[in-house]
Write a protein that binds this ligand. Structure first.
Ligand code: CP
Length: 307
C-alpha cells in the first residue's frame, strides 16, 4: 500500500507517468469513466479548501467512484476530541483511499502510519502540498515542454507557502533550474529549505525583494498569497499582505513566453486585469489539478483503464 505525503515520495519516472496519464485522461475522458467503479474516496479536510477538495471529489466521480467525508472538522467527532489516528482508522473501514488536509505539519504522515488505506497529503500546515505540485508540474510540462533549463521566480510568502516548498523540492531534481526567490525580508524561504534542499543539492538561487528588477529573466513567475492563517499577529499580516501586486504594467518587461502561475486562492497579489493576458495560466492549473488527481488516485489504487 502506497501513500503520498511528500512530492519526493514519487520518482521522476513516476511523475512522468502521472503526467502522461493525466494528459490521456484530458484527451480521452470516456476511457476512464468506470476505472474506479465500486471504489470510495474520503476527503477529510480539517482546513478550508475549494480547489483541492472539490477537484479530488470531481476526479473520483469522473472515474466512476463515490465520495464521502467532511469539509471542516467541526462537523466530525474531531470536535469531541477524537485524534487524527482514530479518525483515519475509522474512515479506513469505509473508504478505499483518503485525501486529508490538516493545519498541523506532519499530520498526514502520522495518519499514513495508522490507516489501512492510502493517504494523500492534501496540504499540511506550512509544510507540503504534493498534489498542488503535481498540478504545477503538469502545467509547466504543458506550457514549457520541459522541467530543465528554466529560471523560476517564486514570489510572495515563501516562509509559510507550502506550495512553494513542495515545488522547489520537485524542481530540484532537474538540470539547470535557477530559482529567484522574491519576498519581503520577513517572509523569506525558511533556512531549512535553503540549507537542506537548495544548498545541499548545489542548486542555483538568488534572493531579492524587487519583483520588477528580476522580471525580464523569468521563464516562470509563481505568485503566492500571504498566508493569513499562519500569522500569529494580524498587524503583521496587514502590513505584509500587499507586498506584491502583479499588474499588466509590471509585466511590460517580462518575456513574451513567460508562464504566470498561482496555486490560488488569490487575494490581491494578481490584479484581475492580468487574467486576460495569454501568459496567465492559473485557471489552467485549476483544471489540470483535476486530471492529475485522477491519475494519482488510479496509481495509488493500482488501477488502469481498460484498453
Ligand atoms: N491551491 C489550493 O490548495 O487551493 P485550495 O486551498 O482552495 O484547496
Amino acid at each position: 500500500m502506497r501513500s503520498l505525503i511528500d512530492i519526493l515520495d514519487l520518482t521522476t519516472e513516476e511523475i512522468d507517468g502521472l503526467i502522461e496519464t493525466a494528459a490521456d485522461i484530458a484527451a480521452n475522458p470516456a476511457k476512464y469513466a468506470e476505472v474506479c467503479k465500486g471504489k470510495k474516496l474520503a476527503t477529510l479536510f480539517f482546513e478550508p479548501s475549494t480547489r483541492t477538495r472539490l477537484s479530488f471529489e470531481a476526479a473520483m466521480y469522473e472515474l466512476g467512484g463515490n465520495v464521502l467525508g467532511f469539509s471542516e472538522p467541526g462537523g466530525s467527532s474531531t470536535a469531541k476530541g477524537e485524534s487524527v489516528s482514530d479518525t483515519v482508522r475509522t474512515v479506513s473501514c469505509y473508504a478505499d483511499i483518503i485525501a486529508m488536509r490538516h493545519p498541523k505539519e506532519g499530520a498526514p504522515l502520522v495518519a499514513s502510519m495508522k490507516a489501512s488505506v492510502p493517504i494523500i497529503n492534501a496540504g499540511d500546515g506550512g509544510h507540503n502540498h504534493p498534489t498542488q505540485t503535481l498540478t504545477d508540474l503538469f502545467t509547466i510540462m504543458n506550457e514549457k515542454g520541459r522541467f530543465d533549463n528554466l529560471t523560476v521566480g517564486l514570489c510572495g510568502d515563501l516562509k509559510f507557502g507550502r506550495t512553494v516548498h513542495s515545488l522547489i523540492g520537485a524542481l530540484s531534481r532537474y538540470a539547470n533550474v535557477h530559482f529567484v526567490l522574491i519576498s519581503p525580508n520577513e517572509l523569506m524561504l525558511p533556512e531549512y529549505m535553503k540549507s537542506e534542499v537548495l544548498e545541499k543539492k548545489g542548486l542555483s538561487y538568488e534572493e531579492t525583494t524587487d519583483l520588477e528588477a528580476v522580471m525580464p529573466k523569468l521563464d516562470i513567475l509563481y505568485m503566492t498569497r500571504v498566508q493569513r492563517e499562519r500569522f500569529f499577529n494580524e498587524a503583521d499580516y496587514i502590513r505584509l499582505k500587499d507586498s506584491y501586486i502583479l499588474t499588466t504594467k509590471k509585466l511590460e518587461n517580462a518575456k513574451q513566453d513567460l508562464t504566470i502561475m498561482h496555486p490560488l486562492p488569490r487575494v490581491n497579489e494578481i490584479s484581475v486585469e492580468v487574467d486576460d493576458d495569454p501568459r496567465a495560466c492559473y485557471f489552467k492549473q485549476v483544471l489540470n489539478g483535476k486530471y492529475i488527481r485522477m491519475a494519482l488516485i488510479m496509481k495509488l489504487l493500482g488501477l488502469k483503464a481498460e484498453v
